[in-house]
Design a protein around this ligand. Sequence first.
Ligand SMILES: [Zn+2]
Length: 214
Amino acid sequence: MVIDKNLIGLWFFGIDDGSDWMGSLSRREDGRLVLDYRFRYGRAEDSPWLFKDKKNWYTMLLNEKTSLERALEISRSLAKLLSTAAKYKHRLPQGITAENETLVLKEIADLVLNDTGEGAPTVDEILVHDGDLDRFCKEVGAMPWAHVKVVEAPAVHIVKAGQSFCHLPGAPKDWPKEHKWVAPQDARFATCEICLLVHADRQATRRREEAAHN
Ligand SMILES: [Zn+2]
C-alpha cells in the first residue's frame, strides 16, 4: 500500500491473537480503482488460519466501469467478510497447504454464510477527505492500532517540535530503535513515505500562499 495523493481510504481490523488486517482503496494514474489488502501475523505459529507467511499482500484491480461508490461498497464488504472469517480461525486446521486448501476455504465459506454477525472484530474506516493527507495521517495516528504502521516501516522520519509528520505516537525517544529522524530542512534524507508526502504537501501549500501574496 502506498499512502499518496491517489489514496481514497483505509480499512483495518485487529484479531485477538495480535494479528491484523489492512486494506486500502486507491486510484491508479490511469484512473482504475485498486483494492490492496494484507494480513499481518504477530507470530506465524499463532496464525492457524489462511496463509502462514507473516504478511501477504493481495491486489484486486477493479473493473474500469466500477464507480467510486461501488468500490467503497466492495472495500467495506471485503473487510466485513474477512473480519467475520477471522472470528473462526481457531476452528480451522493448521494453516493452508496445497492439499487442504479447498477444504479450508469451503469451511470458511460455510462458517461465514451461517454467521449471525456477532463477535466479529470491528472494522475501522478512514477516508481521505478532499485530498487532505495531513488530516488522514492524523486520523490514522489517533487509532489505537497505529503502531502497526511503525512496526511495518522502520524509516527516517521528518520531525518538527518533537512530532513526526506521519504522527508516530510519542517523541522520537519512544520509537522502536530502527526509526531515525531528521529536521524539515534535511527532508532530502527522509525515507518515511508519509512524512515526505506531508512535507511536500506543506511546501506546495506554502508556495501557493507565497504566490498569492506576490
Ligand atoms: Zn514518518
